[in-house]
Design a protein around this ligand. Structure first.
Ligand SMILES: [Zn+2]
Length: 210
């Protein structure tokens, strides 16, 4: 078991998201990660901001170059380091309130999964489960099944009829679609089964009065 290193105290510097809203989202993602025994669930932010100028120079440059490359459609970035109990997050201030919630959930999941895993299955599963719980807790509208499927399609590395990713092998469109349904089903089944445990965790570990 490796030592966790503590970093500088947390700073929350957002104009377009309240700390209370951020904290609620963070609690839900942390509780979801805790339930699946994700060892990074204790990670705390050292900086969360929607003002890129507060980031250190290399991170500022990264955000600027990606914003340019994606024509402004970069919603958030999260940086974490292996065995370090801190993460930094940048959120695009030009987001609708709904997208801000979706993006913050997405970025928090990056903070809680292992560093460097990007949008792999462990990330997608955590995000789908967290989204399921968030929607349940806030009575939000939205089809989580559709959300989960879209997430897998967007980030899956092995694409149908594609030989480019040789190391992942080849799969037909049929096989690809079956795989998506299977992965999505696993995440949704898990979320459904842990529904009550999540509420208990929010009460006992995060002090929620629900
Ligand atoms: Zn991402």
């Amino acid at each position: 078991m490796s030592e966790m290193v503590q970093t500088v105290p947390a700073e929350f510097r957002c104009q377009t998201l309240t700390y209370a809203d951020f904290k609620q989202l963070e609690d839900v993602v942390k509780a979801t990660a805790l339930l699946s025994r994700n060892r990074n669930w204790t990670r705390m932010p050292t900086l969360v901001t929607d003002d890129a100028t507060l980031l250190v120079k290399p991170k500022q440059q990264y955000v600027a170059s990606k914003l340019k490359a994606y024509d402004g459609k970069l919603y958030g970035v999260t940086w974490s380091t292996r065995n370090v109990e801190g993460y930094q997050m940048w959120l695009n201030p030009k987001m609708t309130p709904k997208r801000m919630v979706m993006t913050t959930l997405h970025e928090l999941c990056h903070a809680m999964v292992a560093t460097g895993t990007s949008h792999d299955e462990s990330f997608r599963k955590l995000l789908t489960r967290a989204m399921y719980h968030w929607n349940g807790l806030t009575d939000a509208e939205g089809d989580i099944s559709k959300f989960g499927r879209g997430l897998i399609r967007k980030y899956t590395v092995r694409r149908a009829n594609n030989y480019l990713e040789d190391r992942y092998g080849y799969e037909t469109v049929q096989e690809y679609n079956v795989r998506i349904e299977d992965e999505n089903h696993r995440a949704l089944t898990m979320a459904y089964k842990e529904r009550e445990a999540l509420r208990t965790t929010l009460r006992t570990t995060f002090g929620w009065n629900i």
